[in-house]
Design a protein around this ligand. Sequence first.
Ligand SMILES: *[C@@H]1O[C@H](CO)[C@@H](O)[C@H](O)[C@H]1NC(C)=O
Ligand SMILES: *[C@@H]1O[C@H](CO)[C@@H](O)[C@H](O)[C@H]1NC(C)=O
Ligand SMILES: *[C@@H]1O[C@H](CO)[C@@H](O)[C@H](O)[C@H]1NC(C)=O
Ligand SMILES: [Fe+2]
Length: 444
Amino acid sequence: PAPESLISPLRLSSVRGIMGHLFFCLLLWFCLTVTVLVLPSPSSLSPGEPGSMTVTWTTWVPARSEVQFGMQLSGPLPLRAQGILTTFVDGGTLRRRLYIHRVTLRKLLPGVQYVYRCGSAQGWSRRFRFRAFKNGVHWSPRLAVFGDMGADNAKALPRLRRDTQQGMYDAILHVGDFAYNMDQDNARVGDRFMQLIEPVAANLPYMTCPGNHEQRYNFSNYKARFSMPGDNEGLWYSWDLGPAHIISFSTEVYFFLRYGRHLVHKQFHWLESDLQKANKNRAARPWIITMGHRPMYCSNADLDDCTKYESKVRRGLGGKYGLEDLFYKHGVDLELWAHEHSYERLWPIYNYQVLNGSFQQPYTHPRGPVHIITGSAGCEERLTPFVIRPRPWSAVRVKEYGYTRMHILNGTHLHIQQVSDDQDGKIVDDFWLVRPLHSRMMYL
Ligand SMILES: *[C@@H]1O[C@H](CO)[C@@H](O)[C@H](O)[C@H]1NC(C)=O
Ligand SMILES: *[C@@H]1O[C@H](CO)[C@@H](O)[C@H](O)[C@H]1NC(C)=O
Ligand SMILES: *[C@@H]1O[C@H](CO)[C@@H](O)[C@H](O)[C@H]1NC(C)=O
Ligand SMILES: [Fe+2]
């Protein structure tokens, strides 16, 4: 069908005209609260087990929360789902009120494409589409991964939109730092950013973790605008995707202690127990991938935490809650970071020691986790330079705008590519991470 058939008769602009200040921005995520967090065994994901997807949007006036959806690209949308409305009051001087709608679509058929619109009788969004995740572990998810994308100078966004339209991805991982900043101008920068990412985020699960730019008013814009799995306001959570278990967490608990030192402890113990559960399920889902905003290593020419030997993320606070030991002990395969506005790949590493699989094939059966720092999607702060002499543990450094593609082929093979937006989409880094199916739980 022609693309016009996807546009509802009532266009977004005319909706705005009618309602005065009704405004939409949409986000999807794969709701795994039941299938994963409560019942982490693979049997809970048996074929036929229904998937779900949560749609999140914002209006500037109170309204009902409804999603109409169906499987036909055009024509009526026969299915309905209702959700909940919460009022978000921004912390700025105007105390602006935003109305956040969350509707979960359930019993989705695996791998099937759905069309939906959301809103209420007061006004409907245009139509969007998404594909429900496939069931089970034997499929090959493709993701785009990046951090540090602002409302201004979002260099990666046009290509990400094109990639999304072409159906290149199953999900997006945005590794912290949004909009610069969502709270700015009484949260209007947040509104503008959500509208900008809508063509991606309304058609694909857009998975997030908090970065330092979200910290105002105790991360309240972040907590309000995104809906992540679990019951922790998206600060830390995990989810399963094909052969991978993906853990998202907040590095910011180590830095913004004024919001509560107890959060460091709470998150650390959650991470430990989540990693234990993931390892019990490792035969089914061999990959454990983490995402957190501030890296524990980097070779950038600034004074960030990752440039320090005793990085807080790596070593914790006062010798406690360090993440390097925790992730190494539980055999984490891949650690995704951002915060530095550049791309850097490390040789497999633990405690500053390079642990190549072999000299010829460092990423085949590596003896330590692999780190990728991908924070160059583009923001007003521009790119971060590197120190002149590369560190011995640094494999590749790219100071160009871009983002990362990750293809989780199967339980043993994972492919990473770095796309350069400065070079019109050229692939500027490309490697395969290969780990055996067995003895994944511990590095030897
Ligand atoms: C900040 O938010 C977290 C999680 O929502 C909460 O546990 C903590 O108490 C809050 N801190 C303050 C100072 O309100
Ligand atoms: C790891 O492998 C890379 C690529 O072959 C090599 O340049 C580097 O020196 C190796 N490091 C160690 C410690 O073996
Ligand atoms: C994963 O794919 C690679 C490349 O096709 C193949 O060599 C490998 O045997 C596969 N692994 C599993 C567990 O199927
Ligand atoms: Fe940051």
